[in-house]
Design a protein around this ligand. Structure first.
Ligand SMILES: Cc1ncc(COP(=O)(O)O)c(C=O)c1O
Length: 419
């Protein structure tokens, strides 16, 4: 290291020409595996929503809270002292409640001690499962479009993602395409039904074909079923119920969508011991545990009567139909889907057929925010003309969004009935 000596009357100081340590290059701090995920479209669109005072039909969270009795249960749990680390696998009452829920709705028998794991939302369950089950270079097969956290989790694990497209308008897929991409490194098939962002609910025939394929190629299936109670017009069928699947399936769900408490981040993974243990191996070093009082409250929520679950479904169905019918009246081609919080419109027959530019202009034009569906695809071209709208908002909010869209786009004369 070079030094320069500067003479100042009565003071002699040495000025170092180079700092002692290499400076941080702030532009290149991010792990290259994560660099492609940069700033999400959700951040951009939410900022636009605020700047333009728009109605945000972009992000999928409900604008009303879940049941008051469950909020009261969480408050009581805090008052009663459930405020320290819960057990690593989650509090016993919640693991028991998850096991009973799976038995009550699907006839799935689980040992709550070893076959249920409580996580920080479904996001952590999927991430920990992928990290726990995949070694660098292993391949994870998933359908595109996909929920964005999946591909980040695969990257964090050093695994490789291999996608197979669901194609609009029916979001069908070709099992031959999956057959073509399978390799000796294929380890996990990641499924999501009901599916975000399409609203697709996989049919019995589709699930049977996937199950048969997973068995034939000895794949582990991770299935994200967070919208299980928002299967609006089709039956939700857990893939773990299909012959030969229970021993190779890790089922993930969470309280966020089912009880409209997305901010509580209480989720779970259930399935055979080796898969739960692999998930726990990673989970214990991610969050270790979370949300003790909320775990207590969700244990109670899972015992709500059937009427709660059917009411939630009917409410969401009527909101889907309200938004879908309103968009059709504006002459948009609407792809309704059978579940979740989301529907899509297809702009391909319009002049402005690019979903991304449509979404960037929409807040300024109409005071409404939506998400370009292409962001959920690797094959951007398939989703280029699609735009996703969330309908998990109060009917009055959906009505107001439609009123704004009517002003911006004008009412079309022909309206097609909802089917
Ligand atoms: C398919 C899917 N999985 C997981 C999540 C996140 O679930 P959680 O909030 O329980 O982590 C979402 C939220 O939008 C989702 O759409």
């Amino acid at each position: 290291m070079e030094a320069t000596t500067i003479e100042i009357p009565s003071v002699r100081c040495v000025v170092m020409q180079q700092p002692l340590y290499a400076p941080i290059d702030r532009d290149h701090l991010i792990n290259r595996a994560l660099a492609e995920f940069g700033t999400t479209i959700f951040a951009e669109m939410s900022a636009l929503a605020i700047a333009t005072n728009s109605i945000n039909l972009g992000q999928g969270f409900p604008d009303t809270d879940g049941p008051e009795v469950i909020k009261a249960a969480a408050s009581r749990a805090i008052a009663d002292g459930h405020n320290q680390y819960p057990p690593g696998r989650g509090i016993a009452a919640l693991r028991e409640a998850v096991a009973q829920h799976q038995a009550r709705f699907y006839g799935i028998e689980l040992d709550p001690e070893e076959e249920v794991l409580i996580t920080a939302g479904a996001t952590e369950a999927v991430t920990a499962a992928i990290i726990g089950l995949c070694e660098p270079g292993d391949e994870v097969l998933l359908f595109e479009p996909y929920y964005d956290s999946y591909v980040a989790a695969i990257a964090i694990a050093g695994a490789r993602r291999v996608t197979v497209a669901l194609r609009p308008p029916n979001w069908s897929f070709d099992i031959e395409e999956i057959r073509r991409v399978i390799t000796p490194r294929s380890r996990v098939l990641l499924l999501n039904s009901p599916h975000n962002p399409t609203g697709k609910v996989f049919s019995r025939e589709e699930l049977a074909a996937i199950a048969e394929f997973a068995i034939a190629h000895n794949l582990i299936v991770i299935t994200d079923e967070v919208y299980e109670h928002l299967s609006l017009t089709a039956e939700h069928l857990p893939i773990s119920r299909f012959p030969g699947m229970s021993e190779r399936t890790l089922t993930v769900s969470s309280a966020g969508k089912t009880f409209s408490f997305t901010g509580w981040k209480i989720g779970w993974a259930s399935g055979p011991r080796p898969l739960v243990n692999a998930t726990l191996a990673a989970k214990q070093f991610l969050t270790y545990v979370n949300g003790a009082p909320f775990q207590v409250a969700i244990a109670e929520a899972l015992t709500l009567p059937d009427s709660y679950f059917s009411q939630l479904r009917l409410q969401m169905l009527s909101q889907r139909d309200l938004l879908g019918a309103g968009l059709r009246r504006l002459d948009f081609e609407v792809l309704l889907g059978q579940g979740t919080y989301f529907l899509n419109i297809d702009l391909s027959s319009r002049q402005d057929s690019d979903g991304l530019s449509f979404c960037r202009e929409l807040p300024g034009l109409a005071g409404v925010v939506a998400i370009p569906t292409a962001v959920f695809f690797d094959s951007k071209e398939i989703g280029r003309s699609l735009v996703r709208f969330a309908f998990c908002k109060r009917p009055a909010v959906i009505e107001e969004a439609l009123r704004r869209l009517r002003i911006a786009f004008g009412e079309a004369t022909v309206s097609s009935p909802i089917v």
